[in-house]
Write a protein that binds this ligand. Structure first.
Ligand SMILES: [Zn+2]
Length: 249
């Protein structure tokens, strides 16, 4: 196995490895129902980050952010949350530390819906401060996996949901010892496809999960994991090739 965790390097080994890219995984500590662990979002994003980095050159994974903005889930126990303002500051300062110390190519893998807005604000500000930086964000892996896989991969709601069919399948593929399928229950909210109604989680479901976690399988999870890792590895290689900029004609 290649050494990819930043915290395991030292000054000399880091320089020798000529690291020029970092991956940051962010997640949350919050209820995902009775069937998935509190750390689910970080287990998934960090697990993907480590697998992607194994297949790239000159790339480290920074320690993951276990805490996110989870206040819209706090009717359930063990929601340990930062506010959006705090989280935005934290993300800004992590990105600033990386870019100002020479790691100018950064891939962010977001594991939790409540982190998306803060990361967007932080990354936009950092890009203005350091126009030479290349910053990329996978903000909704649960939608991306569905987009990349055949349409009939999932049985309910395209696999979506907090602790739903897709996320629970990823759990079965990545940390099966922490999944309890006997407790897998959720509800599917009838959401408008175009206009977003802002919700607190208890408006969507009476459980700690939404979607259809009981439809999750290891096989679906393996497909999601593989398609996401392959996609991200190819994405980073393509970005390296084109200087972390869009190609223009
Ligand atoms: Zn989750």
């Amino acid at each position: 196995m290649k050494q990819v965790k930043l915290e395991e390097y030292n000054e000399r080994s880091f320089q020798e490895a000529q690291i020029d890219k970092a991956i940051i995984a962010v997640g949350s500590i919050e209820s995902h129902g009775g069937h998935l662990p509190f750390g689910c979002d970080t287990f998934v994003s960090y697990g993907l980050a480590l697998e992607v980095a194994q297949r790239l050159e000159n790339t480290v994974v920074v320690p993951p952010m276990w805490f996110g903005m989870s206040q819209h889930y706090n009717h359930k126990p063990m929601c340990i949350s930062l506010t959006s303002k705090t989280l935005t500051h934290v993300y800004s300062e992590i990105l600033d530390s990386l870019v100002s110390s020479g790691i100018k190519k950064v891939l962010v893998i977001i594991g939790h819906d409540g982190d998306i807005a803060s990361m967007e604000i932080a990354a936009r500000d950092i890009k203005l401060t350091y126009p030479e930086a290349g910053l990329a964000i996978l903000d909704t892996w649960w939608i991306t996996a569905g987009n990349l896989l055949p349409q009939d991969t999932f049985e309910v709601w395209g696999g979506l949901g907090h602790g739903g069919e897709g996320e629970t399948s990823m759990g079965l593929a990545m940390f099966p010892e922490l999944c309890d399928m006997s407790q897998a229950k959720g509800m599917v909210p009838d959401m408008d496809p175009n206009v977003k109604l802002v919700w607190n989680f208890q408006e969507l479901t009476q459980y700690g999960a939404s979607g259809a976690p009981e439809k999750a399988t290891l096989e679906k999870g393996e497909k999601m994991r593989k398609v996401l890792v392959d996609y991200l590895v190819n994405f980073v290689k393509r970005m390296d090739h084109q200087g972390w900029r869009y190609k223009t004609q």
